[in-house]
Design a protein around this ligand. Sequence first.
Ligand code: MG
Length: 268
Amino acid sequence: MTPDAVEKLDGFFKTFVQGASPVLLLDYDGTLAPFRVNRYEARPWAGARELLMRIQRQGQTRMAVITGRPAGEIGPLLGLDNRLEVWGLHGAERIYPDGRREMEAAPSGAQQKLDELRERLRANSMGGLFEDKPNAAVMHWRGIPPHRAAAIEKRTRQLFEPLAQIDGLNLLEFEAGLELRVGRDKGGAVEAILAETGCAGPIAFLGDDLTDESAFRSVNAVSGAHLSVLMRHKWRETNANIWLKPPEELKAFLERWLKAVAFKVWID
Ligand SMILES: [Mg+2]
């Protein structure tokens, strides 16, 4: 960890004082769990689940996962004892801890164009790995040899980019893939949560991918105590305040969160 990261972490956890309402927002894939070719096998890093359960049991932290996956996939993969707030499809979908589910409504013209594209890609995925979501068409090329991946990316861009000009449709770039979608992004999900919590904090968001950058920016815009964390093996250019490497530095972060909350409860 760099001296700058150590200093920022120290400063952040010092804000867990009397009356603080900590908010912990987490991406799933790559952040809480290593990537798997079979996405249904992506279980959390050893030890991470236990730490999250302990944070839940303290009953002091508003914790939520914000993921690109459908929200319903996270509960079974994470396997916590208590149900969790999950924002799925990068924020367009929400599952409350009591199981209620909400889907953001899209402009009908944009949804229609998207549905036509999804139908076309279901019939012919252009050699890539097509993921069909209710609010998005997603093309993946993770694990495909570079020359073939480049050809798939080119064809995908030719198809997606003109459609992204339509009002309500947006292009989302991520590592080894491209998504054409309607609805909020992760930054929009963070802002919706902040609106509910009245911008109280301290607040942290942990993520690894390019799609997490909008969430980093929303967290950075908070006037109170905040920390955006790039959780990733390799450093890259980012809006995040600090960079940590999973799984050891993730676990250390969660342990520190537990202790900071325990201290806050003791003085409250
Ligand atoms: Mg991720």
